[in-house]
Write a protein that binds this ligand. Structure first.
Ligand SMILES: [Zn+2]
Length: 145
């Protein structure tokens, strides 16, 4: 997607952008902040202006999606735009393992719901918790204590 966008807009292909995109892909979170990327950026020797310019470019190229700032959130939040289809997912908050699930009734409820002064485009529903493997490890750990 990045290559396509760069070609279409006659931009220069840079290694920094590509590296940055890979770094972001390594963040195993559905939603991440500029701060999460910041930590990795320093090791990769990517300048702050490059980081912000690239993030804007990724948003324009519809690779990333910038979330509206919510109260109490100090750092800008992003998510992958590729996830921007109607999905139901479970995520383990311990290991980051993610899986999709199907629930036609639940999909229908969200899709057919009417919103005041708002036209929905798509949605993602995340259910956070502990996966089977992590739960087993936790139980074992508790038994040892
Ligand atoms: Zn887990």
């Amino acid at each position: 997607m990045l290559d396509e966008y760069i070609r279409e807009h006659k931009l220069r292909h840079t290694l920094e952008r590509e590296r940055l995109l890979r770094m972001i892909a390594d963040i195993n979170e559905p939603i991440f902040t500029v701060h999460d990327i910041e930590i990795k950026r320093k090791d990769a020797h990517i300048s702050l202006p490059t980081l912000y310019n690239s993030l804007n470019l990724f948003v324009s190229a519809r690779i990333l999606y910038r979330l509206e700032r919510t109260q109490g959130v100090t750092s800008e939040q992003y998510k992958w735009a590729l996830d921007a289809k109607n999905t139901l997912r479970v995520i383990c908050t311990r290991c980051g393992r993610e899986a999709t699930f199907t629930d036609r009734a639940l999909l229908r409820i969200v899709q057919e719901r009417k919103y005041a002064n708002f036209v929905p485009a798509h949605f993602s529903l995340y259910v956070y918790g502990t996966c089977k493997t992590c739960r087993r490890l936790l139980i074992q750990k508790n038994k040892k204590q």
